[in-house]
Structure formats: C-alpha cells, structure tokens
Design a protein around this ligand. Structure first.
Ligand SMILES: [Zn+2]
Length: 416
C-alpha cells in the first residue's frame, strides 16, 4: 500500500514521524516490514515524495523527500595487503568508549590481531559470536543483546554470514559498523542488502545498513580456500546478466534504470574481464576482485535495490538454494547460471565469459548437481515465482530454457 504526498510536512510533523520510526526500531519489530518506493519525476507520478508505510500496522510512517537523493557509502574503504594493521591503528585512534565485536570463535585465530587490539576480557568491549546462516529469531536475540550492551560501534569480522548479521543488526539498532571481511566470496561485503533465513529453508533479501568503514585485507583474503575467491568471481561476473535483464525490462516494461548504479555495476565486471593475466595466485587480481565486489555492492545502494547486481541468474540461484538446501556457494551458482542466461541472450559475451572462466579455472568449482537436467526443471519453476522481476526468463518457455541449459552444460563439460 503506497501513499504519495503533495505537500511538505511542517517540521514538528517530521519529527513526530521520525520519533515513531525510532520507537519501532527500539522495540525491534516492524523494521523489516517497512517498504520504501522511490518515485521520480519521469513516471506517471509527478511527486518527489515517497511514503514509507509499515505494512504490519498499515499506517504511514515517514515521508522522504527525493527531490535530491542521499546514498550511504562508507567513509573509509581500505583495500590493501596490510588492511588489518590499518584497522588496529584506526581502532586505537578512534578510542571508542564501547565496541561490540561480532564474529565467530575460529575467526579469532585466523585474525589474531583483532583479539590483541580489542581484548575480549576487557570491561569496555564485548564479543558476540554469530552462528552460521542465522535464522531471524537468532538475529532478534542478538539485536536485544546489542541493545543491552549499548555499544558505540559494531565491528563485524568474518565471512558472509557474520557480515550479514552485523549489517542487519546495525540497521535495526541504528549503530554504525565497521566491517572486516575474511572472505571475498560475494558482493555482500559492502552492500545494503542481506540474505536472511526466514522459514522452510527460504532466504530473503532484506534492507540493511552500509558500513561506515571497511577494511579488506587482500593478504588475508588470498589465504582463504580458493573456492571462496572463485565464488566472489562468479558473483561479480553475474552483474553482466543482471544489467542485461535490467535493460530488457526497461525496454519492455518501462522500468527505470539508475544511471550511476549501472555504471558501477558494469565497472565491477569489466575490470575483472579485462584484467590482463587473471589468476588467483596474483595478489593484484585478488585486489581487483575485492574492489569489484565492493563496487558491485555500492551499485545496489545507488539502485535502491539489488537490481544492478541480481537478475535471472540470481533468481535461478535462489531457487537452487531451496532445491539443494543451500549446499553450494552463492557465487559458484550465480557464475554458472550467468553462462546459461548469456547463452539465452545469444550474445557474443557468452563466448567471452566461457573463455574467461575456462582460463581462470572457474568450471572446476561448479558443483556437479547443478549440471543435471532434472533438478533444473524444478529450479526453473521455482525461479519464475520467487521474485517478480522482468528478465530474459520472462520471454522463454520452460522447454526453451531447458534447451539453453543443456547446451550450456555441454559447452562447459567440453572445457572441464
Ligand atoms: Zn550475488
């Protein structure tokens, strides 16, 4: 349910609405039920205002003036082989009165500098341990803990699950966060979107907060098992088909393309595709890959949704998560489905991406189960209903899609 506003709110009315938002956030509810819709000057609706409506309580909560736009991007982005060292200097200089570190126990031995900089047994700072792929109720209890601790800053150290938890908690309790990724496995390291497990194995993408500082240590990231780097690679390359779908939708349905979000998304995959000697042994390549994942994440902040980095290939991957019970890495799935969708588009980029993936060795990381036709039939059916986003799949029948899939698999098998 959407409302548009044709008047400017008086300042006391604004503050009332904002008070309500704060009140709701304090009570840890409804924030994820909020939906925002941006209206430009180019649609049928001629208003620069957007209504934010709490769906649960069916009431208008806040009006946002979009005559100008504000986006959240990190104040500090440090991508270097010594970023952890930079973080320790930063943390010392900031002299936070109370920090809450959210991580997982084994990560403390991978990044010992964290515990030596922020002693876990100090009275001042608190450590919380996140579980792998937490469910919403686990996150809610973490939110309550954080709210009791009342830290000045949240520091997330870990892989995708930890970072998603921290981004979500930070959004709910409205506390700034610093992120230290230990894996470069997807573009969530610096995005306003989190994937949260809701019910029946289904994950949902929810709005979260951007970090105010990001320390990505390329030396640390390069030491992680290579499958994670290849997952990051697949996630960056998937922006190709995400943008193609967005453009197709713009032609067919009039969906608005955000210029800057598209540019950032394209930059992220082009810098990878055009890298002269791509190899996971090359620290410069890993640095470029990390930069690309960050750029891709920021593109979503400009787009106001995941549209710039998520198209049909992501819809197929979300469906595959349900079919295979999230057994595979996100980037391995979306990288593979990017090939399928490129083939569906009959674009020369198909050959280009196939050659690139072959050169870097991506195909060795594709789980065999993904290449089978039977599960693909179930995956296609689910992908079509998982999210209503116009793309190339909207133009293809199931048998056509199956043909494209099988032909792509045969091309990949020849290169394996
Ligand atoms: Zn992704």
């Amino acid at each position: 349910m959407w409302y548009t506003c044709h008047r400017t709110f008086k300042s006391e009315e604004w503050s009332e609405y904002i008070q309500e938002e704060v009140e709701l956030q304090k009570n840890f509810r409804a924030s994820w039920l909020l939906k925002k819709k941006r209206l430009g000057f180019d649609g049928q609706q001629q208003t620069p205002f957007v209504a934010v409506v709490c769906e649960k309580e069916r009431r208008l909560m806040m009006m946002i003036d979009h005559s100008t736009r504000s986006v959240e991007i990190p104040k500090y982005i440090i991508v270097r082989p010594d970023a952890i060292e930079r973080f320790t200097q930063f943390f010392t200089n900031m002299d936070f009165s109370r920090a809450c570190v959210i991580t997982q126990q084994p990560i403390l031995s991978i990044v010992p500098e964290i515990a030596s900089t922020i002693p876990p047994d100090s009275d001042r700072h608190v450590f919380l341990f996140a579980s792998e792929r937490p469910e919403l109720n686990q996150l809610i209890s973490m939110v309550k803990e954080v709210h009791t601790i009342k830290p000045e800053v949240l520091i997330g150290v870990g892989g995708g699950s930890v970072l998603d938890s921290v981004k979500f908690i930070s959004h709910i309790v409205n506390i700034p966060m610093v992120l230290i990724p230990t894996l470069a496995s997807n573009d969530g390291i610096c995005s306003p979107v989190v994937s949260i497990k809701l019910e029946k194995g289904r994950s949902d993408s929810l709005r979260a907060r951007m970090p105010f500082a990001l320390f990505a240590d390329t030396q640390l990231l390069s030491k992680a098992p290579q499958k994670y780097l290849f997952s990051g690679l697949g996630d960056v390359i998937s922006n190709i088909t995400a943008i193609m779908d967005w453009e197709l939708s713009s032609q067919k349905t009039g969906e608005k393309i955000d210029y800057f979000a598209r540019i950032l998304s394209e930059m992220s995959y082009k810098s990878i595709l055009n890298f002269s000697e791509p190899s996971m042994q090359n620290l410069n390549f890993i640095e470029t890959l990390t930069d690309s994942l960050i750029t891709s994440g920021i593109s979503m902040e400009y787009a106001g949704s995941s549209r710039s980095a998520s198209g049909s290939e992501h819809m197929l991957s979300h469906a595959a998560d349900i079919v295979f019970k999230s057994a595979h890495l996100h980037g391995h799935q979306v990288g593979f489905y990017t090939c399928v969708i490129l083939k569906a588009y009959q674009t020369p980029l198909y050959q280009r991406v196939m050659d690139f993936f072959h050169t870097v060795g991506f195909f060795h990381h594709i789980p065999n189960a993904l290449l089978l036709s039977d599960p693909f039939r179930a995956i296609t059916g689910m992908a079509r209903v998982i999210r209503k986003r116009y793309g190339i799949m909207s133009q293809l029948s199931d048998p056509e899609l199956k043909d494209v899939f099988e032909s792509t698999v045969s091309d990949i098998r020849q290169r394996m």
